[in-house]
Design a protein around this ligand. Structure first.
Ligand SMILES: C[S@@+](CC[C@H](N)C(=O)[O-])C[C@H]1O[C@@H](n2cnc3c(N)ncnc32)[C@H](O)[C@@H]1O
Length: 280
């Protein structure tokens, strides 16, 4: 499959994503970015119950550990959904995502860069009466190596008007206890590339694309592709769905390989890639 990338920017296959990744050379993937089926979510493409979640996702992580480059990253976007209520129990939030995060370090030997939060500005109302409405998802961000480098300058954000004003007016002074990075009174200029990024992403949820029930907004994969890869690097999504990760990767001139078990999704994603490469 990797040979196809010599003549094309991307390759896709309709198959189990873990088995598909097994065909790739060891240490070839710079970023594995994907959004697996969410625990307990009933979708057209099936349900991964929280009780079976670790068993279902394990083959993907086993292969990821083998196929990621030593300077590679794993990014899993997922939402901890709820257990079904019964006559005796309220609907309890599943902790399987937290369990997966701990296992990524303790069992698979990855290193946690962060668990970032995607705050959804237009969450779908759940009608919950035993907890607050769901309005965020988690992005489990792990590095294969204990020492990593990310492209912070590529994901800087605009300064708020408040911080620009503060920079203009405020003189930074050394602290009397010496615990300060300024040694003498000075004004600090804002970085022309923008403010340091934060570990919270805010934005709207995508509307359905091509009939897929869980299409992500482009800004999610974009952030992590920019942060962890350079032009020409290989990005892989083993749960490709409507192909959002691929569209983001191709726009940023990365190579992309995607897998999904459902043929119509693979066809629809391919249409999106062809469209996004038009005019190159
Ligand atoms: C949450 S969706 C991904 C959505 C995608 N990020 C997008 O923006 O469209 C999960 C996807 O995983 C796929 N899937 C489920 N089990 C799979 C497996 N064993 N191998 C490959 N894909 C699988 C489903 O068909 C579904 O499209």
């Amino acid at each position: 499959m990797i040979e196809r990338l010599e003549h094309s920017e991307y390759a896709v296959a309709c198959c189990d994503g873990a088995k598909g990744m097994l065909q790739l050379p060891d240490k070839s993937i710079k970023l594995l970015y994907g959004s697996p089926p969410y625990p307990n979510a009933e979708r057209d493409y099936g349900v991964w119950k929280s009780s079976e979640y670790i068993d279902k996702i394990s083959p993907f992580i086993d292969v990821a550990a083998q196929k990621l480059r030593d300077d590679g990253f794993l990014l899993i976007n997922v939402k901890a959904t709820r257990e079904k209520a019964t006559s005796k129990t309220s609907t309890k939030r599943s902790l399987v995502v937290e369990k997966l995060a701990i296992m990524l370090e303790e069992h698979w030997g990855f290193h946690c860069v962060d668990i970032e939060i995607w705050v959804k500005e237009n969450p779908v109302p759940t009608g919950l009466r035993v907890a607050c409405q769901d309005a965020y998802e988690q992005n489990l961000w792990f590095s294969k190596s204990p020492k990593w480098k990310i492209n912070l300058d590529d994901i800087r954000r605009p300064y708020t008007s408040h911080s620009v004003k503060t920079y203009g007016e405020y003189e930074y002074k050394p602290r009397s206890n010496g615990l300060s990075y300024v040694r003498k009174n000075k004004n600090i200029q804002p970085n022309p590339l923008g403010a340091l990024p934060i570990n919270v992403i805010s934005g709207g949820v995508s509307s359905r694309i091509l009939g897929h029930q869980a299409t992500q907004p482009l800004y999610l994969p974009e952030k992590y592709i920019k942060a962890t890869t350079g032009p020409g690097d290989l990005v892989v999504d083993p749960w490709m769905g409507s192909g959002t990760t691929g569209v983001a990767a191709l726009a940023l001139e990365r190579k992309f390989i995607g897998f999904d078990r459902i043929e119509s999704y693979v066809n629809d994603a391919t249409e999106r890639f062809i469209e996004s490469l038009k005019g190159r």
